[in-house]
Design a protein around this ligand. Structure first.
Ligand SMILES: C[S@@+](CC[C@H](N)C(=O)[O-])C[C@H]1O[C@@H](n2cnc3c(N)ncnc32)[C@H](O)[C@@H]1O
Length: 247
């Protein structure tokens, strides 16, 4: 069954994609909205609690703003906070992010374990980007925060990386828009390639569950089916949305 958290103003809360660091609402409001979403995730049993270090999130945000070259991004401050908080709470040993473009989405996940926002030590944090020049930029960006070189940015098709990954995957972040006409429907194929490596309780995050819902229909039907996953919540903090699923 589909459970949705929808912020009252999710349709009018809008960022400027090529000005991602601009503040568009008071911090207290951003925190309150994300707290509401985390509360729903907690009630659904996806996360064990909703406590996270607010100062560390802001340290992470400042480091990204200072160090990253971001031509554009659709990751709002609300979404950055939600993704970072889920990682800070879940503390995945292995996190794989598919379709990382310039690395901003990757670091929204990995930033809970590297850089000034780090709150735990991870084993393997992998970002996959099919365009080599974008993978190079993502790697340059990420290495500015990841002094211990925990992160790996790979230029590859995420389906192949997921299929060939050796070991367990604890958190899978999906944001590839597909090439060769595959579009966002590729989320389903990436998840299937990773599925056997994801233990019960692992978490899957899918960006664009709001504005690309029709293209994600096959994927959303799968993760919202209780036969496949324990719980799934569509977090509409903004028009993009994030489907948060526990296997
Ligand atoms: C539109 S971007 C995501 C941007 C992100 N939502 C943001 O707001 O910053 C999607 C990325 O997925 C990449 N991509 C497409 N197909 C892929 C695949 N099969 N494997 C890995 N990356 C892929 C694209 O090259 C592109 O850089």
């Amino acid at each position: 069954m589909a459970v949705t958290y929808q912020a009252p103003d999710y349709g009018t809360y809008k960022m400027i994609y090529n000005d991602p660091h601009r503040t568009i609402e008071p911090l207290e409001k951003e925190i309150a909205i994300v707290d509401e979403a985390l509360q729903v995730l907690m009630v659904q049993g996806i996360i064990p609690h909703r406590n996270y270090d607010h100062a560390k999130l802001l340290a992470h945000r400042a480091a990204v703003a200072e160090n990253f070259e971001i031509p554009w991004t659709a990751i709002t401050h609300r979404m950055q906070r939600l993704i970072w908080a889920i990682n800070a709470i879940q503390r995945p040993q292995v996190m794989i992010a598919a379709g990382v473009f310039c690395g901003n989405t990757f670091i929204s996940n990995a930033g809970a374990a590297v850089g000034p926002g780090a709150v735990y030590i991870a084993k393997d944090l992998v970002g996959i980007e099919i365009k080599p020049e974008e993978a190079d930029r993502a790697r340059r960006n990420v290495q500015k925060l990841d002094k211990a070189r925990i992160c790996r940015i790979i230029a590859e098709d995420a389906i192949e990386t997921a299929r060939d990954y050796k070991g367990q995957i604890n958190l899978l972040y999906l944001d590839a828009d597909g090439d060769r006409g595959r579009g966002k429907g590729i989320y389903y194929d990436i998840l299937q390639a990773a599925w056997d490596k994801m233990p019960k309780g692992s978490v899957i995050l899918a960006h664009n569950s709001g504005n690309a819902a029709s293209k994600l229909e096959h994927y959303l039907t799968f993760v919202r089916d209780a036969k496949n996953c324990a719980a799934s919540v569509n977090c509409l903090l903004d028009i993009e949305g994030l489907e948060v699923t526990k296997k």
